[in-house]
Design a protein around this ligand. Structure first.
Ligand code: GDP
Length: 197
């Protein structure tokens, strides 16, 4: 799956613009700066494929990539800017809610959490949206190279206990560092299990 190229398909700012496809889809979500672009680029081996969401003024779009004609990857706009205007948060929420409800081919959301910060209130908010939309989600802890082994164990335990109240959560938490290439095989295996054969 990952030996074939991954290509940009389109960016959608409205529900009507979503690609019409029967190919299974995996979506990557997380707070801005969590390391989402770095992870997508590392997983697909394509530098510059996903661009950082770090520009506050940037259009909020769902970006779609096709992997080997077997899996669609959706890059959800980041959330949780400290100074996000209310209007922007409203637009994000409405786009994401309609996406989650109207996407029968969406198999899983990979929800990225910065291992140094753990789960924040706005992460719980999106988890609740996922519970309500009955969309399975799996937590991916990012930037584990910044923590000591004991700290990784602690954040893992805390995250697991935080997930108990979310019915749509996948029990397996993945540990990653895009910088060091750690955990890439595990995330790829999870994606491959959801892709077309
Ligand atoms: P996005 O806003 O979620 O797309 O985040 P980016 O991928 O742009 O990453 C945000 C910042 O975190 C950048 O400065 C990256 O270099 C850094 N970063 C991303 N992944 C890692 C990682 O695995 N380890 C470390 N130490 N830094 C990372």
């Amino acid at each position: 799956l990952f030996s074939r190229p991954c290509t940009f398909m389109l960016g959608a700012a409205k529900l009507e613009q979503l690609p019409d496809s029967a190919v299974p889809e995996v979506c990557f979500a997380g707070r801005s700066n969590v390391g989402k672009s770095s992870l997508i680029n590392a997983l697909t081996g394509t530098q510059g494929l996903a661009r950082t969401s770090n520009t506050p003024g940037r259009t909020q779009e769902l970006n779609f990539f096709m992997l080997a004609d077997r899996l669609l990857i959706c890059d959800m706009p980041g959330y949780g800017y400290a100074e996000a205007p209310k209007e922007r948060v409203k637009r994000w929420t409405s786009l994401v809610k309609s996406y989650l409800r109207g996407r029968p081919n969406l198999r899983r959301v990979m929800l990225l959490i910065d291992s140094r910060h753990g789960i924040k209130d706005n992460d719980h908010d999106i988890m609740t949206m996922l519970d309500e939309a009955a969309v399975n989600f799996q937590v991916v802890l990012t930037k584990i190279d910044k923590l000591k082994a004991a700290e990784v164990d602690a954040v893992l335990a805390r995250t697991a206990s935080d997930l108990v109240k979310h019915v749509a959560s996948h029990p397996e938490i993945l540990l990653t560092s895009s910088e060091k290439g750690k955990g890439m095989a595990e995330v790829r295996a999870a994606m491959a299990a959801l892709a077309l054969p």
